[in-house]
Design a protein around this ligand. Structure first.
Ligand code: BV8
Length: 239
């Protein structure tokens, strides 16, 4: 992981939409079907763990089913990392593994990963593709009933924040792709880099909540806009 990347890319659920994964706030999004308070907070897990397990088991099964593949936007970002000499860091809000499967390596999952679980007692993190329930015991400490998805819920501190802000402070280009700019601290990254000479670009289906803060914007399907912008960077060669 090179923290001296001079391009930092924030991604959200929109980059995975064309791979078949639902976003959160589109009309057909996840939060149109379930409430955050019922499935994506520590309080929800304490109150009704089975319901929270069902919510993540359904999404994990969908992702692990084999029918969900990285799309041209994920592949373009992996190409950018491979070919750009200054270094590229992807900070994703997504909990899917599509960036990895597209070939990205310099990658931080600030909201965790759907295909990993964590023990509430010993904090051991394990790869997991099956359904999870209260019956499962931790392979490390043996505690039963305390295994949870390794994702960051609302009210919990996102992961790797120090490394993210260090990378933001060094980057010359900040790209925000496929996010509505509703969830903090990710939605605050553009403000954090503004004013220090960093160029900022929003690539999305439509203007996000933070659209006015970006110096440049491209709207359309990520599978079209992201490869085109990566070509522009690699062919232009300067930042
Ligand atoms: C924190 C993991 C502090 C789980 C997620 C009041 C009370 C409590 C907290 C708060 C509060 N007010 C503000 C907060 C902070 C809160 C927050 O921001 N709330 C919002 C709702 C106001 N944030 C937190 O709680 C964070 N933690 O603040 O901790 C703290 C401090 C000290 C000590 C301890 C704690 C934690 C937030 C993380 C929550 N977990 N996910 C899971 O996935 O189930 S958030 C969830 O939203 C996902 O990670 C998702 O990625 C993220 C953001 O959503 P988007 O990715 O932007 O998705 P969305 O659908 O919104 O938008 C998609 C976009 O794509 C759209 O714009 C669409 O146009 C576009 N699109 C669609 N199709 C395409 C496309 N673009 C291109 N091409 C296409 N084809």
């Amino acid at each position: 992981m090179t923290d001296t990347a001079n391009i930092v890319v924030l991604t959200g659920a929109g980059i995975s939409k064309e791979s078949g994964l639902a976003t959160f706030r589109d009309a057909d999004g996840i939060w149109a079907r379930v409430r955050i308070e019922d499935v994506a907070t520590p309080e929800a897990f304490a109150r009704d763990p089975e319901r929270v397990h069902d919510f993540y088991n359904t999404r994990r099964a969908g992702l692990a089913s084999g029918g969900v593949m990285p799309n041209a936007a994920h592949v373009a970002l992996a190409r950018l990392e491979a070919e750009w000499p200054g270094g590229v860091l992807i900070v994703t809000q997504n909990i899917d593994d599509l960036h990895e499967r597209a070939g990205s390596r310099n990658l931080l999952h600030m909201h965790g990963e759907l295909l990993k679980i964590r023990c509430n007692r010993c904090q051991a993190i394990t790869g997991w593709t099956e359904d999870l329930s209260l019956e499962h015991a931790c392979a490390d400490c043996g505690d039963a009933g305390g295994l949870r998805p390794n994702v960051v819920w609302f009210g919990e501190m996102p992961l790797e924040m120090e490394r993210i802000y260090q990378a933001l402070d060094r980057c010359r280009l900040f790209m925000s792709i496929g996010t509505s700019g509703n969830v903090y601290p990710a939605a605050g990254f553009v403000a954090h880099v503004t004013g220090g000479g960093t160029h900022t670009v929003e690539i999305n289906m439509e203007p996000s909540e933070g659209a006015a803060q970006f110096a440049e914007a491209h709207y359309g399907l990520a599978t079209e806009t992201v490869p085109a912008y990566v070509d522009k960077i690699l062919n232009g060669g300067k930042l």
